[in-house]
Design a protein around this ligand. Structure first.
Ligand SMILES: Cc1cc2nc3c(=O)[nH]c(=O)nc-3n(C[C@H](O)[C@H](O)[C@H](O)COP(=O)(O)OP(=O)(O)OC[C@H]3O[C@@H](n4cnc5c(N)ncnc54)[C@H](O)[C@@H]3O)c2cc1C
Ligand SMILES: Cc1cc2nc3c(=O)[nH]c(=O)nc-3n(C[C@H](O)[C@H](O)[C@H](O)COP(=O)(O)O)c2cc1C
Length: 417
């Protein structure tokens, strides 16, 4: 009881006056946050500012202040989890409130769950909130629930890119608003950018002009001309060079810019460390799982690996989609740094996805996870969801454990977008 009071006081201290640019009656977007020690509120505020910059009418408030909103169309919830999968101190009554008061107009909901994989009930309160909203009439899902581990900036970016894609907005979250240091902008020289392949994908080689420290799994951030929104690209380190794989989107500003680069052009960008997606050199075995451009960081990890049995499972449309990456994989096999690779081709032979291969190899997957293997996932969010579903089924059926326990101990690493 006293602990709760102290937490409440602490939270009050870290939370300066809530900014309410629109009243709750006027706002179209209602952003509610559940927090105990203030981190989730900081994230919510950054998103709030981003929505305001997009000209949206937004109202931000605490989770337990949920009420009826006359003009709202969207309900966005950022919440952390406390105790053992329970609510933070300002989220105790939310379940009762939404069940008591049906919204005045249908509300499209999106839940962002903050937590830590070091707890067995990872993001459980956010999961519960999402489930309650799904079950109560008057609420309609806008985007799937996303879990954020330890306020990971790359998890936030993935969620933001999903939000922007679905809403057609260009919301940005300022790094300084979430207390992260701004990365240094550097020049990179284009060494190679061969012809784009039939899947509209390029494999680009860059060399930093100055010596900088980075490794495979880090992200290259680029702000293209005419835009303020940074675009992120997962990178491989091979020697001192950066290799990245870029899918060209028809109307995509940055992907078109990158795919059209010529040898010796200069790219201005920043390199951001992505701690949670680095190779684990001493793992008993490593499974690299990805689709499309998600293979990029693995091209460097195949070089980096010294001791671990390593396997790649990659999903693409056709065998020739893999041609641009094949030399890297063949070289790693030749030098004994990778055991094998398997392709899941969706438009050739028996149409297959990476999760189908995992399901076929369920016994091997279970044995590997049980013995401490690290599974890395990079590529589309849709792939991530499907793969996690299959892995969860395997670990439940074969090991009587939920996949979350393997996420908690760092055996499942994700970098999806
Ligand atoms: C952590 C992280 C890592 C990433 N790594 C890579 C990577 O290694 N390689 C890579 O190619 N991209 C990667 N991305 C995506 C990348 O940052 C850009 O979002 C993408 O290149 C589109 O940017 P754009 O400027 O070309 O398109 P925008 O100008 O932002 O958008 C133009 C059009 O493209 C559509 N669009 C944008 N992104 C997608 C998408 N993913 N799927 C379908 N349609 C889309 C939009 O709906 C819009 O119509 C990553 C994203 C994140 C968050
Ligand atoms: C005492 C305590 C209990 C926690 N319990 C959980 C938990 O059960 N599940 C989880 O995913 N995270 C748990 N967390 C992690 C927090 O949810 C995470 O650090 C979150 O980002 C904190 O956000 P906040 O500062 O907005 O409250 C716990 C943290 C603390 C300090």
């Amino acid at each position: 009881m006293l602990g709760g009071l102290i937490n409440r006081l602490k939270r009050k201290k870290v939370s300066p006056k809530t900014r309410k640019k629109s009243s709750k009656e006027d706002a179209e977007y209602i952003l509610l946050y559940g927090t105990q020690s203030g981190n989730t509120q900081t994230m919510a505020k950054a998103f709030f500012k981003g929505l305001l910059a997009e000209g949206k009418k937004v109202f931000m408030d605490e989770l337990d202040n949920y009420s009826l909103y006359e003009n709202a169309t969207h309900l966005i919830i950022f919440t952390s989890t406390y105790g053992v999968g329970g609510p933070p101190s300002n989220g105790n009554y939310f379940e009762d409130l939404i069940k008591e008061k049906e919204p005045l107009n249908p509300l499209k909901f999106s839940v962002v769950a903050f937590g830590s994989t070091s707890f067995p009930e990872f993001c459980q309160f956010g999961v519960d909130v999402d489930k309650w909203l799904e079950s109560v009439s008057g609420f309609e899902r806008f985007i799937p629930l996303v879990k954020i581990n330890e306020q990971s900036i790359s998890d936030i970016r993935s969620w933001l890119s999903l939000w922007n894609r679905t809403s057609g907005m260009e919301v940005q979250i300022g790094l300084k608003d979430i207390g992260k240091k701004k990365s240094k902008i550097e020049d990179f020289i284009v060494l190679e950018n061969p012809e784009i392949n039939e899947d509209n994908t390029s494999l680009i080689k860059l060399r930093p002009k100055n010596q900088i420290s980075f490794q495979s799994g880090d992200l290259l951030g680029i702000i293209p001309e005419g835009s303020q929104k940074p675009r992120m690209y997962s990178i491989a380190r091979i020697g001192d060079d950066i290799h990245l794989s870029v899918k060209k989107h028809d109307k995509g500003i940055c992907s078109r810019f990158l795919c059209n680069l010529q040898k010796e052009d200069i790219v201005v960008a920043s390199l951001e460390r992505n701690e949670s997606f680095h190779f684990v050199p001493d793992a008993p075995s490593v499974w690299l799982i990805g689709n499309g451009t998600g293979i990029a960081p693995y091209l460097g990890m195949m070089e980096e690996n010294q001791h671990s049995p390593l396997k790649l499972i990659w999903g693409g449309r056709t065998e020739s989609s893999f041609h641009i990456y094949k030399p890297y994989a063949d070289k790693a096999i030749k030098h004994g740094r990778m055991e094998k690779y398997e392709l899941a081709l969706s438009r050739e032979g028996n149409s297959k996805y990476v999760q189908d291969i995992l399901a076929e190899e369920e016994n091997e997957v279970a044995r590997a996870l049980e013995s401490g293997a690290v599974f890395m996932l990079c590529g589309s969010m849709a792939m991530q969801d499907s793969v996690l579903k299959v892995l969860n089924k395997i670990t439940n059926d074969k090991l009587d454990r939920a996949i979350s326990s393997f996420m908690n101990n760092g055996q499942i690493l994700k970098d999806c977008y």
